[in-house]
Design a protein around this ligand. Sequence first.
Ligand code: AMP
Ligand code: MG
Length: 525
Amino acid sequence: MRDLQFDNRFVRELPADPEAGRNVRQVHGACYSRVEPTPVRAARLLAWSSEVADLLGLEESDILAPGFAEVFGGNALLPGMEPYAACYGGHQFGNWAGQLGDGRAITLGETINAHGQRWELQLKGAGPTPYSRRADGRAVLRSSIREFICSEAMHHLGVPTTRALSLVGTGEDVIRDMFYDGHARPEPGAIVCRVAPSFIRFGSFEIFAARGEEPLLQQLIDFTIDRDFPELVHAEPDPGQRRVRWFEEVCRRTALMVAHWMRVGFVHGVMNTDNMSILGLTIDYGPYGWIDDFDPDWTPNTTDASGRRYRFGNQPHIAHWNLWQLANAIHPVVQDSAALERGLAIYAQTQEAEYRRMMQAKLGLAQWRPGEAGDDALLARLLRLLKAGEVDMTIFFRRLADIDPAVPTLDLLEDAFYDPARRAAVEPELLGWLREHGARVCAEALPAGPRQAGMNRANPLYVARNYLAQQAIDAAEAGDLSELQALHDVLRRPYDEQPGCERFAARRPEWARNRAGCSMLSCSS
Ligand code: AMP
Ligand code: MG
């Protein structure tokens, strides 16, 4: 395959761990450890994203060349690649967890495309690193498919996210105990090549703050601003003020990302601070899930089942908590508590404003009526009914555009309900809500065509529902990749009706209600 251009600023400008080798260790005074992927037995390309290939300047012939699976399966390096694993820490489930780091992710390098854009290439599941702790550095096919499918789906939904170039099978088994209940079994292994301008996380800063390594903390902050936020360098000549502006920008981006999650019904599942991108990208797709029946209390992550810290409706709050940890971490360098508090306030304001803007679009309203009897109340009433009636979130919002506002009925919502009794309990009130909403829409007198088109741009028809991903996984584990391809394909245009793809827009079937992988996931991946 063709050579890529690399400009590896992270390894060039930041201090490296002087120790070599993969032995597990605490790494002090360094941002990363040099480590190469561990070769695999039989690297085989299982899926790839043509859009990400385009971003990198790769053509189909490059991807399909035999060398591609070797490089992106961890068996070979291209000229210019300088692999490393990053050192970072994090708060897991609300507690400081110390050093974590890339335990199974290995960055290959920062490639520069023809437009001068920087894209970091990172293999997930490429073997042990000094940060692997007690684990094996590998990833199973099911979780790799989930990361590949969902990160691309999120991009096409317009949600800020890391991307995925490729999914490569390793030809090796990995032993996993999916629910940590003593039932370990071998599963096929795989490697995803993730792509993003940067994989720096909140935890990348927290680790140096926790260790009192302030010069390094400052170096990483200034490096991040310089490499990943160049617009701030031009806009703000004073380095102190620039760091404040930077934190505000991180707050803004995080707010936008979370508002999008709430718009499309995405539950991250493990919003630990090591899983929060400094660029405000959705990162680390693990036990995430998609809302089928609308339930703000739902979490897909069985590891979080007792506390439900990362439940759908709690995500805006947790992002704020995580930013607060970041503010604490950078405080020794910024040294301006009031400025950091202003940043956190910017998060709250932006999150609320963006959420409202998106919900307004979802509801097809031209204006958001303020006040007690305004649209906040209208929305709250709807969300309560969707939950009480066990109504499918995606189907409800998508169909809302097609319901006649002058004479609303529930006819178009026939397949949005999961439970006849719960449906019967809310039907009268839901019809009342539709009438109120219809009256609002009629009073605004937007022409139906543009109003419906606007709603359809905010309300996806196809999302990476958990059971759909699981069906693709079941087929792929049996050697059939067609389901994965079909799902990947339909999720490229999530807002467009695609004839013949109706089954990808269907509500969760009953068999999937309590099935592993469909409603219950764990961190074991
Ligand atoms: P996560 O919950 O996936 O964000 O992972 C938390 C930490 O555990 C990170 O430092 C990961 O790199 C590490 N980790 C997760 N799975 C593995 C694995 N199979 N081998 C090595 N490290 C892992
Ligand atoms: Mg992680």
